[in-house]
Design a protein around this ligand. Structure first.
Ligand code: F6P
Length: 515
């Protein structure tokens, strides 16, 4: 259905053009260890109820049921999007996927516990100390964010991540490692992604060069594991099928941190923490399914976003992490939100009649206050922002922490209220719609709730725009063109006229020196 043809859409347009007669209403919801506060969204009760009416007109309730039941909502690939099943209780999982999930979870836990208890060791009998996780996009961003958020200096195993194609990344990650105590995870749903293939090949050669020739085969088998749905390619790479953890086409890459892609988290933090992480996310799925739309956190968050993007012209969503441990949250959300909802055709292949997801960006606070907040306070482009903070820190410097929270609240208030001194250069417009999310502490379960809240918000916005949030065809073209360019860079051939601009740059590259 075209969202712009609904009655509620027209009513929302009228609401924005005529200043609301009622004051914006406070609105906060508590979800487990998380508080979602939408009071600074500048929406009065009439606006909220019109937004909820819009959600109903777009069939959101039926769409939620279809997602959780496992209908093929990813219509261009004819697949379900069943990441919620990964964090459901065993008795709640759709029958078609229950056994696969149970078996893989058990295999992951068994493997991780063996490593953590030193029952599984490197080929020379030494215990593993470092895990190197190789993967990109959805096979990287979630695990690194969660690892970075929850890691502790006392953890016995540390995890490093290699994602970037740039050879500096892998060289730097492996520089000071001891191969005898390093475990490599190659995570790639397709096992065909260029970056992961090249980085995994580099890691394997690095490892082999440092291993006695007669032990190479058994050493590689002991030190390399894979997470993938492409078992043949994994085997061709030389990883033992017994050390391969399944992924499935019904879990999208950017929704896969709950699957075997999360195995570095199990290795670093253990079974109990990983189960808490899943339980925190499950809470959101149950809440989404059971709460009326009027009190449904991901739904209201999605509706506020829609109003900002489609009726107030917000050109971006800034995610402001007021906790250093969540500094990777904007990176994770960039893939989640922009790869899911950066679309311009609807589910039937017709042009979408309204704007969809704008750019999401963000940063680590309070650093951002001394960098880009000037533009947020006095720039003349519309935006919306999410402030994310943690009430109880993991350190004991109370004064410093209270200042951190004071800055979160102060910045949000400045964006809300603005200031109107006589000097125009000092004026702050205010009236910026923002959301505040507070976690009680940065526990595995709270983090699970936070990430699933965003996932389900993204899903709801996809329903509102009538787009498929679970494919990503747009990323393919550039990959194909890089394959055409590669031989020209090697100097083996020249590109045809169509690629004249690329060929000219290749000529410059050759003039500048051989790569
Ligand atoms: O290029 C985009 C993408 O397909 C993402 O959607 C995915 O998360 C990432 O690449 C990595 O894919 P894979 O896990 O198959 O290596």
């Amino acid at each position: 259905m075209n969202p712009t043809t609904t009655d509620a859409w027209h009513a929302l347009g009228a609401l924005e053009s005529e200043p609301a007669s009622v004051e914006p209403a406070p609105r906060s919801l508590v979800l487990g260890e998380l508080c979602l506060d939408l009071s600074r969204q500048r929406l009065n009760p009439e606006a909220w109820s019109t937004l909820v009416r819009f959600a109903r007109e777009m069939g959101l309730e039926a769409a939620i049921a279809a997602q959780l039941r496992g209908d093929h909502i990813n219509n261009t690939e004819d697949r379900p999007a069943l990441h919620s099943a990964l964090r459901a209780r065993a008795d709640e999982r759709p029958a078609a996927v229950a056994e696969a999930i149970d078996d893989t979870l058990e295999q992951m836990i068994g493997f991780a516990e063996d490593v953590r208890a030193n029952r599984r060791r490197g080929y020379t009998g030494r215990a593993f100390k470092t895990v190197v996780h190789i993967g990109i996009g959805g096979s990287h961003l979630g695990p690194e964010l969660v690892y970075d958020a929850l890691r502790d200096p006392t953890d016995r195993l540390s995890v490093r991540f290699i994602a970037n194609l740039d050879g500096h990344a892998a060289t730097e990650a492996l520089r000071d490692l001891d191969p005898e105590t390093t475990l490599f995870i190659v995570a790639s749903k397709s096992f065909g992604t260029l970056e992961t293939r090249l980085n995994a090949e580099f890691a394997r050669s690095w490892f082999i060069e440092r291993t006695p020739a007669q032990q190479v085969k058994s050493a590689v088998a002991a030190h390399f594991i894979a997470v993938s749905s492409n078992l043949e390619a994994v085997e061709r790479f030389g990883i033992d099928p017994a050390n391969t953890f399944a992924m499935w086409d019904w879990v999208g890459g950017r929704y896969s941190v709950w699957s075997a892609v999360g195995i570095p988290l199990l290795l670093a933090f253990g079974e109990a923490a990983f189960r808490d992480f899943l339980a925190g996310a499950r809470l959101v799925d149950r809440h989404l399914a059971e709460e009326p739309l009027e009190q449904n956190a991901p739904v209201l968050m999605a509706l506020a976003g829609l109003f900002n993007y489609n009726f107030r012209g917000a050109e971006s969503l800034a995610v402001l992490s007021y906790d250093r441990r969540l500094r990777l949250l904007p990176d994770f959300l960039q893939q989640l939100e922009m790869e899911s909802n950066g679309k311009s055709v609807d589910r039937d292949g017709n042009p979408v009649a309204c704007q969809t997801m704008p750019v999401l960006w963000g940063g680590e606070e309070t650093n951002g206050q001394h960098a880009f907040h000037q533009l947020l306070h006095q720039g003349n482009r519309a935006f919306t922002a999410d402030f994310v903070g943690v009430v109880r820190p993991a350190h004991d410097r109370r004064e410093q922490h209270l200042w951190q929270l004071a800055n979160l609240l102060g910045q949000a208030e400045a964006m809300e209220q603005g200031d109107d001194p006589a000097d125009p250069a000092r004026r702050v417009a205010g009236a910026r719609p923002t959301t505040t999310i507070l976690l009680r502490e940065l526990s595995p379960s709270a983090l699970g709730t936070l990430l699933a809240l965003y996932e389900q918000k993204v899903f709801c916005q996809g329903v509102f725009w009538n787009i498929n949030s679970f494919d990503q065809w747009g990323v393919e073209l550039g990959k194909k063109l890089a394959e055409r360019v590669f031989p020209a860079l090697q100097g083996d051939e020249r590109l045809d006229e169509r690629s004249g601009n690329s060929q000219r740059l290749i000529d410059h590259i050759h003039d500048l020196g051989s790569a």
